[in-house]
Design a protein around this ligand. Structure first.
Ligand SMILES: [Zn+2]
Length: 141
């Protein structure tokens, strides 16, 4: 007697692992934070202040294909904005500084903090995206 129970089609969800190393998520993020390749940690992630090397020379991870684009400035703005606004509120509530003095403190602090954080935040975002397998197709610019 034939079996009449319906068979549900199941899509193939397993993907082959990439040819480069895939460390745990936290390791990939911290390596990117330190400016190292998130996959292997053996070579530099950047070839300039913010320019990402297209390919890791040590492990071959396609770092230039990670679409990190505007995520680094967005996260940097969120962090620096939270610090600057908190500092402004603390200065307003505890010290009686003039608006000019507050501006003279906060604007350089905001600029320096943003410039210092942009690179590690970009590295961390790139590490997270590479670990999640978010890559542009090779044809995309
Ligand atoms: Zn590498």
């Amino acid at each position: 007697m034939p079996d009449d129970t319906p068979v549900r089609w199941q899509p193939e969800r397993s993907q082959p692992p990439p040819p480069w190393p895939t460390p745990p998520m936290f390791t990939a993020i911290t390596r990117g934070l330190r400016g190292r390749c998130p996959a292997c940690g053996r070579s530099n992630l950047f070839s300039g202040y913010l320019r990402v090397v297209p390919l890791c020379p040590a492990c071959g991870a396609p770092l230039g294909r990670v679409p990190v684009d505007d995520s680094a400035p967005v996260f940097t703005i969120l962090i620096v904005g939270a610090v600057a606004v908190t500092l402004l509120l603390v200065m307003e509530m505890t010290m009686a500084l003039s608006a000019l003095l507050e501006t003279a403190i906060l604007i350089p602090l905001t600029l320096v903090l943003a410039l210092l954080l942009l690179r590690p935040v970009k590295g961390a975002a790139l590490g997270l995206m590479l670990r999640l397998g978010m890559l542009r197709s090779p044809e995309e610019p």
